[in-house]
Design a protein around this ligand. Structure first.
Ligand SMILES: [Mg+2]
Length: 421
């Protein structure tokens, strides 16, 4: 059996953990630069606010119904996600994190006599330990587990846990489940499926195997088998290190000052180095880039970038930041206003087993390594940007996030205060 644990309305739920006064009230979280709604509490959904609705479009609803609006606070969501993971790891032999708010649990070989009770208990425990509500679907395949977890959201009486395994139950559910909501069914397949008269997940399972193999690529065939109860999507127990790392942001206003663009890109490079070091990789090639606002059609447009190749693979903050800044200086052109910028690390190698060049100054290398380690440890305690290079300026990203909540769990100064009378 597999389980899928999905955090309900994750970003909105994170905001509520530290604002219990918002329990039962409509809450939404906005995308970067406060553009559009990317998370909604159930109350906000009930008001008709859709995923991706731009802020200006829903202004009236917000005012009228006193919707609580937050800028996205990824430091908070990342940390809350880590806490949820910790609970899950206590409860299952193997956990595969699928996204910031979803994880698969591999229950094969686990001796759990009452899986329905187990799922409900886990949901209750996670809520108690982290404050985050979870929907847990348990089923013979990953695809069916996803469907079971959606049932939990639809039916509160399931108390956050649903064990779906009897063939007659599965049939009943699939007969009502729209095929386009099945995990792994893409938009293109939906069109083809509707032409074939397939509307529900059940209809799809009733196609002949040769029709599925002929009409759809391998993933479609896999989904068909999974819906029929045959597990064939692998469980990724080990998290593979990433092959590329990208940190980029859109700015609230176009940047026209070279020093300012350098400081922004230096800050992105710093964040990317933190990710690189955390996964134990070294960098061989990167591409710092910046682009203009493509919606301002009457203004001159550019996408500027520069490939930087390091003579020696590195994970050194200073080396990488300096290289990123020189790239920006080289491509910066004062004719343009830059709306978005970033760094893309394109070639990574594993740190263990990497042989350094014979002609390196070992003492100098060791000194640099100590500096980078010191930066890591200060960052771990005081948060990103607490210790930074001069070129990073104030270390603030020029993003609009006027309604961001405090970093309750990742910055000492933002820890909530409780007054006991
Ligand atoms: Mg979710």
């Amino acid at each position: 059996m597999f389980a899928l644990a999905d955090c309900n309305n994750f970003f909105a739920s994170c905001e509520r953990v530290f604002r219990p006064d918002l329990e039962g009230k409509p809450v939404i979280v906005l995308s970067n630069n406060d553009g559009c709604a990317v998370a909604r509490s159930n109350e906000a959904k009930a008001l008709g606010i859709k995923m991706g609705d731009p802020l200006f479009k829903i202004k009236d609803i917000i005012e009228q119904h006193h919707v609580a609006v937050f800028s996205s606070n990824y430091a908070l969501y990342g940390d809350m996600s880590r806490r949820v993971q910790e609970v899950l790891r206590d409860w299952a032999p193997a956990v595969e994190q699928y996204s910031i708010d979803e994880s698969f649990l591999d229950l094969r070989g686990a001796m759990i006599p009452d899986l329905d009770g187990w799922a409900k208990d886990l949901s209750r425990t996670c809520r108690k330990m982290t404050g985050i509500p979870l929907s847990i679907g348990v089923a013979p395949t990953k695809t069916l587990a996803k469907i079971a977890s959606k049932l939990c959201k639809k039916y509160p009486k399931l108390q956050g846990g649903c064990y779906m395994h009897r063939p007659q139950d599965i049939e009943k559910v699939l007969r009502k489940f729209p095929v386009e909501d099945v995990w792994g069914i893409g938009r293109r397949s939906v069109k083809k499926l509707s032409q074939m008269g397939v509307a529900t997940a059940w209809d799809f399972t009733q196609l002949r195997e040769y029709e599925v193999r002929k009409g759809f690529a391998l993933p479609g065939w896999r989904t068909w088998k999974e819906l029929r109860g045959e597990p064939c999507i692998d469980f990724e127990n080990l998290i593979e290190p990433r092959q590329t790392i990208c940190v980029s942001r859109s700015f609230a206003k176009e940047i026209t000052d070279p020093a300012e663009l350098c400081s922004q890109v230096a800050t992105f490079a710093e964040a990317a180095v933190t990710k690189l070091r955390r996964q134990g990789s070294l960098l061989m090639e990167m591409i710092p880039f910046a682009m203009t606002n493509r919606f301002h059609e009457n203004e001159p447009q550019t996408f500027a970038s520069r490939l930087t190749v390091f003579p020696e693979a590195t994970d050194d903050h200073a080396v990488i930041i300096v290289a990123a800044v020189s790239a920006v200086r080289a491509f910066f052109n004062e004719c343009y206003g830059y709306k978005k910028a970033g760094v893309l690390f394109t070639r990574l190698v594993r740190k263990d087993g990497y042989t350094r060049s014979l002609f390196r100054d070992a003492e100098e290398d060791a000194r640099q390594a100590r500096l980078s380690e010191a930066i890591d440890s200060v960052t771990a305690v005081y948060g990103p940007g607490a210790l930074r290079f001069g070129v990073q300026g104030d270390g603030q990203i020029r993003m609009a996030r006027e309604r961001q909540s405090p970093h309750y769990t990742t910055l000492w100064k933002d820890i909530p205060k409780v007054t006991i009378r």
